[in-house]
Unconditional design. Structure first.
Length: 292
């Protein structure tokens, strides 16, 4: 007589890779299944199962498949959570009905424990994913912060612009001046976005325009594009990587309260700008800073 070959378990599929949003939705689904199990009335079960209990089993299977993939290694660890029905191993016809409630209650408690472990596993996956994303953001941020490209925002005062640009070059930085970059059919804001991959921005505010409250006295103020670009780089880089320089007595934008404006009247702005660049993580040759 031929010997029957032992069945070899099929190889499990690799674990399903989910996004952070998909993991969060899976965690919610598992919480819903746990709540359904905790509120299920086992006293309603007759003959080992009911349509409601079978429906709950299917819901658990579907939830685990969505969370871990179909027949994956991870899925197999938790698939027993869907085994809620119970039938006696031996039952003689005509004998009193066995107690179905207690065995099924035990299976429900086991299912809750298994699903709770599935939640912990997914929670750890989410934590790892968020940590990895944070490392990428920090790495990108650090790389950007240490870039020696410095965007120079300016108005009509070409002398102030050239003075700042040459000072930055002396310190081994690369000043990015918008009008020196090719247009390539782009709008102004598109050019700013294109060349905004800088580690620092210097905003030169000079009295190029006049303005004030309607009916009030006109006051010198910076060009409106300069104010706009100041806000843009504050949002893009953060206040610690933007230095605002002002020349003369000008009206300063009230919306940027807390921004420190360094005066360009005299040479003290060079030391101030050097300190800001150093605080942003750059190496500064102070001998060059002090060289007027």
């Amino acid at each position: 007589m031929a010997r029957k070959k032992a069945e070899v378990p099929s190889k499990a599929a690799p674990k399903l890779i989910l996004t952070a949003d998909q993991i969060e939705r899976s965690l919610i689904r598992i919480s819903d299944r746990i709540n359904e199990l905790e509120t299920f009335d086992v006293q309603t079960v007759r003959r080992g199962a009911t349509p409601e209990l079978k429906g709950l089993e299917l819901a658990i299977t579907d939830t685990l498949t969505r969370a871990f993939g179909e027949d994956t290694t991870a899925y197999r660890q938790f698939e027993n959570a869907s085994e809620l029905s119970w039938y006696p191993a031996i039952w003689v016809s005509g004998a009193p009905d066995p107690d179905y409630a207690e065995p099924i209650r035990n299976r429900i408690q086991r299912a809750i424990s298994i699903l709770a472990q599935a939640q912990r596993s997914l929670g750890e996956d989410l934590s790892d994913l968020q940590h990895s994303a944070g490392e990428i953001v920090r790495s990108t941020s650090n790389s950007l912060a240490l870039s020696r490209r410095v965007f120079v925002v300016h108005g009509h005062d070409e002398g102030a612009r050239e003075t700042v640009a040459r000072f930055l070059e002396r310190l081994q930085f690369e000043p990015i001046i918008l009008h020196e970059q090719a247009n390539q059919g782009r709008t102004i804001i598109e050019k700013i976005e294109k060349h905004g991959d800088v580690g620092f921005a210097v905003v030169i505010m000079t009295p190029d325009d006049e303005g004030g409250v309607k009916g009030g006295t006109l006051q010198p103020r910076a060009r409106q594009n300069v104010v706009l670009e100041l806000g843009y780089f504050l949002a893009l880089l953060g206040r610690d990587r933007v230095c605002a320089l002002k020349r003369g007595s000008i009206e300063l934008p009230s919306d940027f309260a807390g921004v420190v404006y360094e005066s360009m009247d005299g040479d003290g702005w060079k030391q101030s700008l050097g300190r800001e660049l150093q605080a942003a993580g750059h190496d500064i040759d102070w001998n060059k800073v002090m060289r007027v």
